[in-house]
Design a protein around this ligand. Sequence first.
Ligand code: NOJ
Length: 596
Amino acid sequence: MSQDETVTVAEGEARASVVEGAPWWRQAAVYQIYPRSFADANGDGLGDLPGVTSRADYLERLGIDAVWLSPFYPSELADGGYDVADYRDVDPRLGTLADFDAMLDALHSRGIRVVVDIVPNHSSDRHVWFQEALAAGRGSAARERYIFRDGTGTDGAEPPSDWQSVFGGPAWERVADGQWYLHSFAVEQPDLNWSNPEVRADFVRTLRFWSDRGVDGFRIDVAHMLTKDLSEPLPSAAELELIPRDGDHPLLDRDDVHEVYAEWRAVFDSYDPPRTAVAEAWVDKARVPLYARPESLGQAFNFDLLEADFDAAQFRAVVQENLELAAASGSSSTWVLSNHDVVRHASRYGLPHPARTADGHPAQKHGSEWLLSGGTSPVLDREAGERRARAATLFVLALPGSSYLYQGEELGLHEVAEIPDAERQDPTFFRSRGAEIGRDGCRVPLPWEPSAETAFGFGSGGSHLPQPEWFGRSAVSVEEGDPDSTLSLYRRALELRHALQTAESLEWVETGRADVLRFRRPNGWEVVTNFGGSPFPLDRADAVVASVPLVEGALPADATVWFGPVALRVGAGRRPDRRSGLVPRLDGLVRDGLAS
Ligand code: NOJ
């Protein structure tokens, strides 16, 4: 049966459908681990790979299908590990390649796939190539692996252009012999030269290195920035802004980047099963399918929900548009509510008027009251934020496509606002001279235990970012014992998701209320979310999970409920079988139902 086919039982009965033969990633729940902040096994205050292995049972019990690891490679941590000094090794503070293999085995033996992060636009300035480039001097082959230019003005003392880096400040840095190099991000992240075949060949080697070790897929960092047209004269920053981003922009989303990905696709497809990839590509909507095509990277992140308010109309528009884009690409959609770059969604949804930067991104301004107040200001309604976050998560987990979850969201964690400036790590904070507070608040090490003594169970060596006192209430061991906790909700929803998974489509069901969304999947799985202020009376009494208790047959404000196909209700709450993907006792029931 093809992945789009739906098996439907007789009219009038509960309908059920299965998706057989579809690649695993099309509708996976992928859990992002930020390794330095997940679990610290050796007590040095930094999370590590043995720490991940030690929590493999936790990950299995959570019910996710795959783990995506942010970079764990050797790095000076100028950008949280996205400054890679060696693409084919493990940072000694995080472990060894043997630790990586042990972690991979531990996850694979539990049926959890592993995706690693590839950072191809830039290396670290500590990478041996960059060190060689500095030593070899102007005109050398070593400099050709990066983007070096002579300066302008008297004695070349001015940068080649007035471009700004993404993190703020100039995008060019001068080296000792007077030349300048381009760094689209931090000074410690020199951009690689993707016109150089040696650079291309080396990344193929890296992809094979990790694929040969058994990783299942790759997340591609700023996938839209690799190739560049740097013909002279370079345009000014103002001129760059005016150039259409239609495939021929000098720096962004160039059509020729797909020549790189076509080569990578051949590498991915040379493995059995083929390795997967997901693009982090901040490009015009209409161009996302170029990255998500099967002949390119195969899937692309959709970040629209990071920028949407908790609002029915916005959610519906985002879902509709992205399902259409995914269909246009031949891929499946992806849903993201939190990641290591944005304010956690429990906090975003607790703001009365979601604060936004001028370009529509969720606010991270240093001056915003709720951040300065340590997250305890009445401006941030913590309880409402958590309630809406649970509702939003339950909504997206039921959508067709993949859900990307960020470590700690399963605990309902809020952003940590109370980090003293002296302890901040994010280059955006420093390069913007504190105007941007940066991303440290969502990267604070996870609380596993309620006691602050062991850094809340993170490890015996403290925590590399300060953990607030309120973390104890959200510790894993506390939430595990509470059937109403956010962790219990995630576990139940992820478990049910395996049993409910169906063909990649949905049908909107009109609710008569602008603030209530309802959709139905092809097997009868139904989802209702109340984004509004007053309860919404339900016409079904067979809920399988809800983000808050239903009250007298109604769905309260800021809440989501799932209704499952009839057969499912019998055994809801049991562990899914990793091979069939079905809750064991339901396996027979659903299959019987399908056969009847
Ligand atoms: C995107 C990553 O998500 C972010 O954390 C990083 O700072 C930039 N790319 C640069 O690598």
